[in-house]
Design a protein around this ligand. Structure first.
Ligand code: ADP
Ligand code: MG
Ligand code: MG
Length: 210
């Protein structure tokens, strides 16, 4: 079994829907340890992405074409920390997926490239209470699933579950990167908004593959 361009388009549309549905929740999470704009920022970005998808005259040939459209649109519309971070993630993921179909190893390559883009851009390691704390276990879980012979859909399901666990695990952490780090110890006890949005986006990827 492989994932095709239609999966990538469905992933992006489901991500946009999830971000819209959870916009207020993401705003509230960011209000607690940041400036309260994460849900707004991402919703603006993914709404623009969907508008660009709707305007396409034909379906792109490669998965990377879809992810590149996401990257450039998020970079130009989201702003703040998350725009460049997600933009770089999708740009790296696009470069790793210049193919019409992905097998399980391709899914792992996509996730690893996205994580690498975030780390290159934001310089955060795990444990700093950022989206890296969701992307890292997600990428590792997909790799482990791949080694165990999982299908692409199963690898994405494992990644989404690991991202959810990783996001929950940011609650007790003290932020040392991004806006939340200004709060120091007071950032502990709150879920990181970027880790939560990562969970939603990877859940969308798994649902599109199911
Ligand atoms: P801003 O903080 O500029 O308002 P957002 O609210 O859209 O941007 O995004 C905040 C999220 O960005 C945080 O919850 C965190 O997950 C993520 N983030 C911030 N700085 C970094 C970084 N250096 N590396 C990785 N992720 C980061
Ligand atoms: Mg913010
Ligand atoms: Mg902001």
């Amino acid at each position: 079994m492989t994932l095709d361009v239609a999966w990538a388009v469905d992933w992006v549309r489901r991500s946009a829907q999830a971000v819209a549905e959870h916009r207020d929740e993401l705003v509230e999470l960011d209000r607690q340890i940041g400036d309260g704009d994460h849900g707004e920022n991402l919703n603006r970005g993914f709404t623009a992405v969907v508008a660009k998808l709707d305007a396409l005259e034909e379906t792109p040939a490669e998965i990377g074409d879809v992810l590149k459209l996401v990257a450039t649109t998020l970079m130009s519309t989201v702003g703040g920390a998350a725009g460049p971070l997600y933009g770089t993630a999708f740009l790296r993921a696009a470069k790793a997926t210049a193919v019409p179909e992905l097998d399980t190893k391709g899914v792992v390559a996509l996730l690893e490239a996205a994580l690498e883009g975030i780390v290159v851009r934001g310089k955060a390691r795990t444990g700093e209470k950022t989206m890296v704390d969701a992307w890292t276990p997600a990428s590792e879980a997909a790799a482990a699933a791949s080694d165990a012979g999982a299908s692409p859909a199963q690898a994405l399901e494992a990644a989404a579950q690991a991202a959810a666990d990783g996001a929950q695990a940011t609650i007790p952490l003290v932020a040392t990167k991004g806006r939340a780090s200004y709060l120091g110890e007071r950032s502990a006890g709150h879920l990181d908004p970027g880790a939560r949005s990562t969970e939603l986006i990877l859940q969308a990827a798994a649902q599109a593959a199911a």
